[in-house]
Structure formats: structure tokens, C-alpha cells
Design a protein around this ligand. Structure first.
Ligand SMILES: Cc1cc2nc3c(=O)[nH]c(=O)nc-3n(C[C@H](O)[C@H](O)[C@H](O)COP(=O)(O)O)c2cc1C
Length: 318
């Protein structure tokens, strides 16, 4: 296990509730952390940019007060996802606020994290970088990141295309540090499977959209409960980047599904449909979601499943 010291004694499960555009809110982050899993959000969820200051104050203050009032409970640190690509026009302003609030975990994506790594280390924070290929992982390690998040096939959002078993094993040939695995991990069995493979943590997104705390349209949550793998499509039609979307949300936006999935989609008018806002994303784990529940109830369920998975004897062990 290569769990960073920052997490030791502060987790009830080796889980990061992943940052999700237009989904993660202070309420979701705070409740994740209070239940002992790392809560995170993308900085881009705060609009205008100045709102990031308010969110960081709210999350830090509430978690501090909760940890003081409940010293016996594991209260997880929180994290912020920062797009470090130079095209992100708010990068400088966001970085100043991450520094002001000494954000414990910064999750970098889409770019070179070396600059932000130096800065975050000054206040003792950690940087985990999102990768979908081993080559990206090597570059991030060279940039000095503290941990890697491997986003593999079947993940919600801009999921990767590589098989998780292959990618974890490949990255473990050259990286011994903290490793989180993302892609369709939905329950305690998946969390345990990630550990058995060689990851230290599970990075779970889609499952947390179907929680009471996720501040999304209730129709989205219900769609997750009702949908199966066959209801997903992996397409770049909406943003130019491949992403897993829920077909029922595409139909709900008024797009003809038969034409959308057919060969004549090229000239299909997608109207004003807005990816993320109206066209909703989910990972392959969607088939395993059968109820909307509170984060607390979900974490309790994950703990039970994880304990069952851990107690299952390995082949040959009796
Ligand atoms: C609706 C949605 C929005 C997402 N937005 C972001 C984002 O803004 N930044 C990011 O790094 N990852 C984003 N992701 C990816 C998640 O952080 C995570 O990698 C993924 O959800 C894990 O796969 P799973 O959904 O199958 O659990 C998003 C995923 C979803 C489902």
C-alpha cells in the first residue's frame, strides 16, 4: 500500500469521490469527507471564478468544525480538480485561491503539472495527476506528482479506452507511489478488486451522482437507476472528445436516436443540446445503480460490500 500520510487514519474506505463537472458541489464534497472518503470538485464548477473562494471557505470551515466535534471519526481531506492546460484562462486566479486555502489535494488534468506541484508542496499539499496512458504517467512522475489517477475504459466523463487490468499492471512496473483507479467502480467489490490489482484507492464518479447530495436534475438520478450498459454511447459528437453518455438523455434532448446511432449522423442537427447540462454522462457501472441514497447510506453499503469481498477466500486458501 502506498497511501500518502495525508490520508492515514482519515479514511473509512480507500475511495475518492471523483470530481464531476456540473455535479460536484460543496454539499457532496463535505458529506463524502464526513463519511471518510475523499470529496473533490472541479474548480470549473464555480462560476463566476470568485465563487471558488466561497466554496473553499465553506468546505474547509465545515470539515474543520466537524473533525473537532468528532475526533473519534475519520474525516477525509478534500481535493480540487484543476485543469492545468494553458488554454484554461482562469488557471492563475484559481491557483491563487488554492494557495490561499492550502487545499490538501490538487487533482491536475490536461497538461503539465510541474509548476503547480512546486506551489502545492510549499503548503504540504499533494498533487495527483489524471492519466489514461502509461506514457502520460511517466511524464507526470517526471513532473514530480505525488500520485496518479488512472482513468480506464468504461469510466464516466472522458473515460479512457484501456483495460484497467492491463494499465494498472503496466504502470506498476515503474511506479510504486500512490495510485487510484477509475472506471466503472461501483461497489465495495470493485474497490477491493482495484486493491488486488495493485491500486491503492478507487476513484468513483458515476455512483455518486445517484446520491441525495449530488445537486443535479432528479431526472438524471432516476435515469441512472433505470439505465443499463446498453443505454450508453461512447461518442465525440457533442464536444469533439469521446465521452460515455446516457442515450435516454440524448433522446430527452429531442435528438432522433435512430439517426444519431446510424451512419447518417454526420448531418444530424444536434440543435442547442448542451453536453453535460442536458446530455448526461455515466460510466459502465451504471447497471449496478439501483437506488438513489444519501452519501452516508452509500458509504455504509460500500463498507459492507468491501468487507464481504475482503473475507472471500482466495483460490486454494480453503
Ligand atoms: C458527469 C461527469 C462529469 C465529470 N467531470 C469531470 C471533470 O470535470 N474533471 C475530471 O477530471 N473528471 C471528470 N469526470 C470523470 C470523473 O472524475 C471520474 O474519472 C469518473 O467518473 C470515474 O469513472 P466512473 O464514473 O465510472 O466511476 C466526470 C465524470 C462524470 C460522470
Amino acid at each position: 500500500m502506498a497511501l500518502p500520510d495525508l490520508f492515514k487514519g482519515r479514511l473509512s474506505l480507500p475511495v475518492i469521490c471523483a470530481p464531476m463537472f456540473l455535479v460536484s458541489s460543496p454539499r457532496l464534497v463535505i458529506n463524502a469527507c464526513k463519511n471518510g472518503i475523499v470529496g473533490t470538485f472541479p474548480a470549473l464548477n464555480t462560476r463566476p471564478q470568485s465563487l471558488l473562494d466561497d466554496w473553499l471557505s465553506e468546505i474547509s470551515l465545515e470539515l474543520k468544525a466537524y473533525a473537532q466535534a468528532h475526533p473519534e471519526l475519520p474525516v477525509a481531506p478534500f481535493g480540487v480538480n484543476q485543469v492545468v492546460h494553458p488554454s484554461n484562462s482562469r488557471l492563475e486566479a484559481d491557483r491563487a485561491l488554492l494557495k490561499k486555502h492550502e487545499v490538501p489535494l490538487v487533482i491536475t488534468s490536461q497538461g503539465d503539472p510541474s509548476e503547480i506541484v512546486k506551489e502545492v508542496h510549499e503548503w504540504g499539499g499533494l498533487v495527483f495527476h489524471d492519466v489514461i496512458y502509461a506514457a502520460h504517467a511517466r511524464k507526470a512522475i517526471a513532473a514530480g506528482v505525488d500520485g496518479l489517477i488512472i482513468v480506464t475504459a468504461g469510466a464516466g466523463g472522458h473515460g479512457g479506452t484501456t483495460n484497467p487490468i492491463a494499465l494498472v499492471r503496466e504502470i506498476r512496473t515503474f511506479w510504486e507511489g500512490p495510485l487510484a483507479l477509475a472506471g466503472a467502480i461501483n461497489d465495495g467489490y470493485g474497490i477491493r478488486a482495484a486493491e488486488v490489482l495493485g491500486a491503492d484507492m478507487a476513484y468513483m464518479g458515476t455512483r455518486f451522482i445517484a446520491t441525495e447530495e449530488a445537486e443535479v436534475d432528479p431526472v438524471y438520478k432516476q435515469m441512472l437507476v433505470e439505465s443499463n450498459l446498453k443505454d450508453l454511447i461512447y461518442t465525440d459528437a457533442f464536444t469533439g472528445v469521446h465521452c460515455n453518455y446516457l442515450l435516454p438523455s440524448i433522446a430527452r434532448a429531442g435528438i432522433d436516436l435512430e439517426r444519431f446511432q446510424g451512419k447518417n449522423a454526420v448531418d444530424l442537427d444536434l440543435g442547442d443540446s448542451n453536453a453535460w447540462k442536458d446530455i448526461w454522462s455515466a460510466g459502465h457501472g451504471v447497471s449496478g445503480i439501483d437506488a438513489v441514497m444519501s452519501v452516508e447510506a452509500l458509504v455504509n453499503q460500500l463498507k459492507e460490500e468491501y468487507a464481504n469481498a475482503v473475507s472471500k477466500p482466495a483460490f486454494g486458501a480453503g
